[in-house]
Design a protein. Structure first.
Length: 528
């Protein structure tokens, strides 16, 4: 049992001891299926706090011969699988946390020695266990593993957490990056290297670095935020898991959706950030927990690059819109940007945007992330946007006061001061501008677009939080018609029916945009 070779199960034990633990052990069954096959190379990339490290610790606890984990796993789902006992604690495991190793090297002031320190440290533990079969002159981890395979037929499971930290933390150090890629290739590429590996499981935020159009480790199957494929439910919390946690902790699932939902994989699978869900359950309060792991400064840095009108797209998405994207050219690093699409693709991998692979569109997934974008944009010096946000409170108060003329004027001002992408061409663009204009409402309301209600879908519904004393609002939009028609539609199609259990005041808001006159009209009524 060592730090890197055959670690104990303490890391995973810490996870299952926690007050909130969600069983992801079925991932082990999927890894058992690919063990010693052509598909034994697995790379999972997800944003921070999506459970990547927990999964790595779990796999190490299961496979490592340095511990006995039968009691630890027996009450979880994997214990029901036929392969459970077959592979439990039967392998030599190398577990490398690249972020931790880099931190140690940085503290010693010798980051250029990252690879030599890593290999020296791991080799020391290998010599302790298998020194009699080695020459003692091996200077690379790959050569030691290959020699052990030749001498005694020994193979290893290699688990690397934060594999991409060099590309994220040493963005400009291309020399170190290239040396690091060569190190990984020596472990995993080529016939001799492949014979030494039972399974390679690596995690990170970024997909594997590309050189041109080809991955540097093209023998790995990658599971990313762009293409999560079959491992979707194992990294992140699923909708059913969040529902169960909300029920167990007496929390409102609808509010959890508003704050943390939005990452859709394979159409039907919703994935939530585990860190945010756990914090909400533990604290009994829904709020922005993203800022505890990320700062808006990083997001602001990319927005300020403003490739090809990137800010325009960001504003459109803050308003609830979606933007088309081509993810194919992204080089999977944080410096090789050649287009707006590269920046947007990076933001998908960082978790700031969600990706719909079927429509090839990106969007802001939820309220938690929207707050980060608003904070970043406010501090980017973009005067027009700051003005829109500051006037939003005035618009909201005018709506509460049923001052329809002021509401129309404020929405018109947002329209006129908005960027080109928000130029009206259909009702969807109008809806995005309305959502943007009411951006300050997020402190009092859950905003739902295309809300199923009565005999159709209300365009925008503002549902007050449980602590709010503000009225619910149903907004219906019209295009080249009349605001009276919008109010009539709300009544005729019984859009208020969805709020039948709501006991507070309800405002009906009809808004029309006359394209010829370039004017907005608004009518506000109380629902009786």
């Amino acid at each position: 049992m060592g730090i890197y070779l055959n670690p104990d199960n303490e890391g995973f034990l810490t996870s299952v001891r926690s007050e909130i633990y969600v069983d992801k052990t079925e991932l082990i069954h999927d890894m058992n299926r690919v063990l010693d096959t052509e598909n034994k190379y697995v790379c999972v990339s997800r944003p921070r706090r999506f459970g990547k490290s927990m999964a790595a610790k779990m796999l190490a606890a299961y496979y490592s011969s340095g511990c006995d984990s039968y009691q630890l796993f027996q009450k979880y789902k994997v214990a029901e699988e036929d392969s459970f006992r077959q592979h439990l604690n039967k392998y030599d495991v190398l577990r490398l946390d690249m972020q931790l190793i880099r931190s140690i090297v940085m503290n010693e002031g010798c980051k250029e020695q990252f690879l030599s320190y890593l290999q020296k440290s791991v080799l020391e533990e290998i010599y302790q266990l298998y020194g009699t079969f080695l020459t003692g002159e091996e200077r690379s981890l790959a050569s030691a593993l290959q020699r052990l395979k030749v001498k005694i037929g020994k193979k290893f499971i290699v688990i690397i957490d934060e594999w991409d930290c060099i590309f994220r933390e040493e963005k400009e150090n291309t020399k170190l990056q290239n040396e690091y890629i060569m190190f990984l290739r020596s472990l995993f590429k080529g016939a001799a290297a492949e014979e030494c590996i039972h399974l390679a499981y690596i995690t990170g935020i970024l997909p594997i670095k590309k050189y041109g159009t080809e991955s540097a480790l093209n023998n790995f199957d990658e599971y990313t935020m762009i293409n999560p494929r079959g491992l979707t439910k194992y990294v992140g919390f699923t909708e059913d898991e969040v529902k169960e946690l909300c029920q167990r902790n007496s929390m409102d699932f609808t509010e959890a959706q508003h704050w943390y939902d939005g990452y859709f994989f394979q159409r039907k699978i919703h994935v939530y950030n585990p860190r945010s869900i756990v914090q909400a359950m533990m604290n009994g309060e829904f709020e922005n927990y993203w800022t505890q792991t990320e700062t808006y400064e990083g997001l602001k840095l990319y927005i300020d690059l403003n490739y090809e009108g990137l800010k325009d797209d960001i504003l459109f998405m803050i308003g609830g819109g979606r933007c088309e994207i081509d993810t194919g050219a992204f080089q999977n690093d944080m410096t090789s940007f050649r287009s707006k699409d590269d920046i947007l693709t990076l933001l998908v991998h960082l978790g700031y945007l969600a990706y719909d692979k079927y429509c090839k569109e990106v969007y802001i997934p939820n309220e938690e992330i929207k707050e980060e974008f608003i904070r970043a944009v406010k501090n980017s010096g973009w005067e027009k946007i700051v003005k829109i946000f500051s006037n939003s409170k005035k618009l909201l108060e005018a709506t509460w006061n049923m001052d329809a003329d002021t509401v129309a004027e404020q929405i018109e001002e947002v329209h006129l001061s908005s960027v080109p992408i928000l130029t009206y061409n259909d009702e969807n663009s109008l809806s995005c501008v309305i959502t943007l204009a009411y951006v300050s409402a997020r402190t009092e309301y859950t905003l739902v677009r295309e809300f199923p209600s009565g005999k159709g879908f209300a365009d925008i519904v503002f549902l007050p939080y449980s602590y709010s004393d503000k009225p619910a609002m149903i907004i219906e939009l019209k295009w080249n018609q009349h605001a009276k028609g919008a109010i009539s539609q709300i009544k005729e199609k019984k859009y208020t029916k969805a709020l039948e259990h709501y006991t507070g005041e309800i405002l009906l808001v009809g808004i029309n945009y006359d394209k010829r006159l370039k004017r907005h009209q608004c009518i506000i009524e109380k629902y009786e």
